[in-house]
Design a binder for this molecule. Structure first.
Ligand SMILES: CC(C)(COP(=O)(O)OP(=O)(O)OC[C@H]1O[C@@H](n2cnc3c(N)ncnc32)[C@H](O)[C@@H]1OP(=O)(O)O)[C@@H](O)C(=O)NCCC(=O)NCCS
Length: 136
């Protein structure tokens, strides 16, 4: 079994989290080779939920929220060894419960486009993004 916990992102062990991103495959699409930048991503996220099994970090939901209207779920990652057991669903539940009046918004990674409808999300036909001003 695993346990979900609301934590302070800056308090996490950056390398442990990078290992999880790698083990989930999400690391392929996140700047895991730039540890300083990755540490800023963790410290700047104000709603971070971790899932641990016997102390081992097996999942994370990293979000930005105003606590009352909108929560942007930037990263959802579950260690491949633990995928398909409900950890992702549990991380989403804990993220919603931390800011129950806020709607959850996200951009699905290609491997997860089939996942979000399974866990209750509806597709938004008018989502728009602007690329970052600076290259990493
Ligand atoms: C996507 C991810 C977070 C899902 O977490 P998980 O713990 O494996 O998912 P859950 O066990 O909560 O799955 C809930 C349901 O969705 C299904 N599901 C899981 N991954 C799926 C996928 N990629 N596509 C379609 N359905 C999926 C499960 O079979 C389960 O179905 P059930 O309710 O009928 O049992 C995880 O697989 C992952 O880390 N993937 C790689 C990283 C990634 O792409 N993250 C998303 C970034 S936007």
């Amino acid at each position: 079994m695993w346990k979900c916990e609301h934590v302070v992102g800056a308090g996490l062990d950056v390398r442990e989290v990078i290992d999880l991103y790698r083990a989930s495959t999400l690391g392929e699409r996140r700047p895991i080779d730039d540890e300083a930048r990755f540490a800023r991503m963790l410290a700047g996220a104000n709603l971070v939920i971790t899932a641990r099994a016997g102390g081992r970090l097996i999942g994370i939901a990293r979000s930005l929220t105003d606590g009352s209207y909108a929560t942007y779920l930037s990263d959802l990652a579950v260690d491949a060894e633990f995928q398909g057991r409900g950890v992702g669903r549990d991380l989403i539940r804990a993220t919603r419960e931390a800011a129950p009046q806020a709607a959850l918004i996200l951009l699905a990674a290609p491997a997860a486009t089939g996942y979000y409808p399974r866990v209750g999300f509806s597709r938004h036909e008018s989502a728009w993004t602007l690329e970052a001003l600076e290259e990493a």
